[in-house]
Ligand binder design. Structure first.
Ligand code: HXC
Length: 511
């Protein structure tokens, strides 16, 4: 008996070495942790239960029958807890055939995906892999297909998070692309459908892996990644932080954490946040941080379309999604990128029953050929569609400008806003005074005195929250310093909200 127990320990120890000490050292030499080291950091200490440690590939082509069979076959799978809550995890092991996906490797992933869906618990994938195992051909492609299908089935039911922690190509980018969030590690991770060599052959472009698909590219330019972190340790700690904000599934509701921040707290500094000059920017993040619990804000897509802010926070210990125009960047205008960014975030929140708080200071949609040719109409419609479709509690605060179609889009009363407040500094109108006067009083252009009088008349009548408040489009004009209290109370009242959409197979959002 003792021998059998020892033999098990030996087999386990060998399996845990993956591709061997030399490859582990190479992995460390590149500034990367191994799959198992990453899982250790991600999960609560000692909580990892590994599955399928002894699974091996069954390939007999291209000399694979002569290769060492490495237990685990390039992916470490199992489950554990993050601050006590169950999560499922798979981590590609780059030390084993470059983490490439074989038929059996795919079966391990599929098992974990199926279990996560059955248990209605989040699944986290740590990627560091070379795509389909080339020697296995279509068996590997079929394996990816099984993984992709499950990504889609789980979408909107359990949160799916992907962290890119090494080179990722082919199927190892398409599976993450169908999950809810992708995060990358700076300097060590790359994502591309085809690498620099293929790019050179096909398009004759010379490009480095970093330029083609590094963390900077995907978190600021392509919007493929939702964030980037400096190293593996920080990445794992931030994913733990994110998990604390997320519900486990689409029916459990948001987690509730103890909060030590008084929900009725006034912040007098907000009364002077808006500059006297309406064209002067201010930092919307300051407002968000002063309103939410303990100023704790987890930003999503921080480096992309910075004219809109999206992220998670808590109010009275319960998660909210925050969407806010950022006057510091492009005056907070809505363009195609901002619309796409915010609409995806709104849909995530709505899928998982996360209430949305929207802070509005938007001068409108960005005019110009670049935007129109780029499909602004369709991208703007995405945000309009996402908010209109949302059935979660929607609380909206207009701090300053809410002009034109952007007023409607940003969770206005008309498209489903439940509680809509405005600060006394709000200006709710079709457009700003200058543009409006030049159109409706065109005959007076050239007469400076008349134009000045018309502008003043327009500003007094329309550039305030009161025209909207007179119609009930704004529920109340509130003191800026009381914003946290108002938002907390609105969210508390809205906890019992029940709103339904008519039955349909699914909608047809303008993709
Ligand atoms: C089998 C692979 C492999 C693969 C890497 N390896 N990729 N084995 N199949 N796809 C092995 C290498 O042979 C090597 O084995 C070890 O992993 C480490 O790889 P290196 O090349 O030495 O590492 P590095 O220089 O860091 O380069 C990493 C890499 C590169 C950028 C990922 O290996 C690479 O380009 N691989 C191929 C990527 C690719 O084209 N994949 C197919 C995509 S198509 P040893 O024994 O020396 O340690 C696809 C189809 C699905 O995925 C599409 C669905 C839509």
């Amino acid at each position: 008996m003792k021998n059998i127990l020892e033999a098990l320990e030996e087999r386990r120890a060998a399996a845990k070495l993956g591709g061997g000490q030399k490859r582990i050292e190479a992995q460390h030499g590149r500034g990367k942790l191994t799959a198992r080291e990453r899982i250790e950091l991600l999960l609560d200490s000692g909580s990892f239960e590994e599955f399928d440690m002894f699974v091996q590939h069954r390939c007999v082509d291209f000399g694979m029958q002569n290769q060492d069979k490495i237990p685990g076959d390039g992916v470490v799978t199992g489950w554990g807890t993050v601050n006590g809550r169950t999560v499922f995890v798979f981590a590609k092991d780059f030390t084993v055939f470059g983490g490439s996906l074989s038929e059996t490797h795919a079966q391990k992933m599929v098992k974990i995906q199926d279990m996560a869906l059955k248990m209605r618990a989040p699944i986290i994938g740590l990627f560091d892999a070379g795509g389909a195992r080339i020697q296995e051909g279509v068996a590997a492609l079929g394996g990816y297909g099984e993984v992709f299908k499950r990504n889609v089935m789980a979408s909107g039911v359990i949160p799916q998070i992907s962290v890119i922690m090494g080179p990722c190509a082919g199927g190892d980018v398409y599976s993450p692309a169908m999950t809810d969030f992708i995060f990358m590690v700076r300097d060590t991770s790359y994502m591309f459908v085809t690498g620099p060599d293929v790019v050179k052959t096909v398009t004759n472009e010379t490009v480095t892996a970093e330029e083609l698909g590094g963390a900077k590219v995907h978190s600021t330019k392509s919007s493929v990644a939702d964030g980037a972190w400096d190293n593996d340790v920080e990445a794992m700690l931030q994913v733990r932080r994110l998990i604390d904000f997320l519900p486990s599934n689409n029916t459990d509701g948001v987690p509730e954490l103890p909060s030590f921040d008084d929900p009725t707290r006034f912040d007098m500094s907000l009364d002077t946040l808006i500059p006297d000059n309406p064209n002067k920017p201010y930092d919307m993040k300051e407002l968000i941080q002063k309103v939410v619990d303990e100023g704790d804000f987890f930003e999503i897509q921080e480096g992309y379309a910075r004219n809109i802010i999206t992220g998670f926070a808590r109010v009275e210990g319960r998660t909210v999604g925050v969407v806010a125009n950022q006057p510091m960047v492009l005056a907070g205008v809505l363009d195609s990128d901002a619309s796409r960014k915010a609409s995806r975030f709104v849909r995530f929140c709505d899928s998982f029953d996360i209430p949305i708080v929207t802070f509005v200071d938007v001068p409108g949609f960005l005019p110009g050929t670049a935007q129109e040719y780029g499909g602004l109409i369709k991208h703007g419609a995405k945000l309009l569609f996402a908010y209109s479709q949302a059935t979660v509690p929607l609380v909206t605060i207009i701090t300053r400008k809410a002009f034109g179609g952007a007023y409607d889009v940003m969770a206005s009363k008309h498209i489903g806003g439940d509680v809509n407040y405005a600060w006394p500094t709000a200006q709710i109108a079709v457009m700003g005074a200058k543009g409006a006067v030049e159109i409706i009083f065109r005959q007076d252009i050239g007469d400076a005195e008349k134009i000045a009088a018309r502008t003043q008349e327009y500003e007094e009548r329309f550039l305030s929250p009161f025209v909207a408040a007179e119609r009930g489009y704004i529920d109340e004009v509130i003191m800026p310093h009381s914003t946290r209290r108002r938002v907390s109370r609105a969210l508390a009242m809205l906890r019992t909200k029940k709103a339904e959409q008519p039955w349909k197979k699914h909608d047809n959002i303008p993709l």
